[in-house]
Write a protein that binds this ligand. Structure first.
Ligand SMILES: Nc1ncnc2c1ncn2[C@@H]1O[C@H](COP(=O)(O)OP(=O)(O)OP(=O)(O)O)[C@@H](O)[C@H]1O
Ligand SMILES: [Mg+2]
Length: 210
């Protein structure tokens, strides 16, 4: 299994908008927290969609680590819109990523509780997710994304609506997620520099490590 996301001569064009991106070259490895920065409209979300396979490159190739098993996701997302099951418990929101159907096993429950503890929500399992603060909801999203076991975790502006102190907690939660994944964070938030292993800038359609 390839342990990295590899971009090799990747280009992309929104034809109707006449916007061209790339070529992008990068190797992003398991265990790395990678920041993608750049001004609004620079193409950060577009790059994440390419990495996820939701957009097809015009040229070049993108390879990704394989899913850990055939019924597990290859990629997980954390976005500004948290899409939580608001009437269900915090624990249930993590369990859905582990077992979509059937009764959760004792091991499923233990894994979900561990993932919550990893993001500082260990005591919140039985609360309704609608009762959480914005930062707590984002950390729950990170726990849910990690619980699915995807080797690639993509976060698109995960702190866009949060204050600085709360953002730090979300970035720390993403940091813990890197133990078993390559975590790629598109953000304007310069605080990412405190936790990222590598920082790339998107400028004029090019990806430059800084
Ligand atoms: N479906 C589309 N069709 C045409 N143009 C698009 C499409 N999606 C995005 N674009 C354009 O491509 C450029 C990059 O968009 P993208 O959403 O990737 O930027 P971004 O860096 O994520 O910006 P932001 O920080 O505001 O989220 C923008 O100029 C945008 O208008
Ligand atoms: Mg964007």
């Amino acid at each position: 299994m390839s342990g990295s996301v590899h971009l090799d001569g990747v280009t992309f064009t929104y034809r109707r908008a006449n916007r061209c991106f790339g070529p992008y070259e990068a190797e992003l490895r398991l265990g790395e927290l990678v920041a993608i920065m750049g001004p609004s409209g620079a193409g950060k979300s577009t790059l994440l969609w390419l990495i996820a396979g939701l957009l097809k490159p015009a040229a070049g190739t993108i390879t990704r680590p394989a899913p850990r098993s055939p019924n597990r996701p290859a990629v997980a997302w954390v976005t500004q819109q948290t899409n939580l099951l608001s009437s269900r418990s915090v624990l249930d929101n993590v369990l859905v990523a582990i077992r979509a159907f059937g009764v959760p096993t004792v091991a499923d429950m233990a894994l979900a509780r561990q993932r919550l503890a990893d993001v500082g929500l260990g005591a919140y399992g039985d609360r309704r997710s609608a009762e959480l603060s914005g930062g707590e909801r984002q950390r729950l999203c990170v726990a849910r994304a990690v619980a699915g076991g995807a080797p690639v975790l993509l976060a698109d502006e995960p702190t866009g609506q949060l204050d600085d102190a709360t953002s730090r907690g979300v970035f720390q939660a993403l940091r813990t997620a890197t133990s078993d994944a390559v975590v790629i964070v598109a953000t304007h938030d310069t605080a990412i520099r405190n936790v990222a292993d590598r920082v790339f800038q998107l400028r004029d359609g090019c990806l430059v490590e800084s």
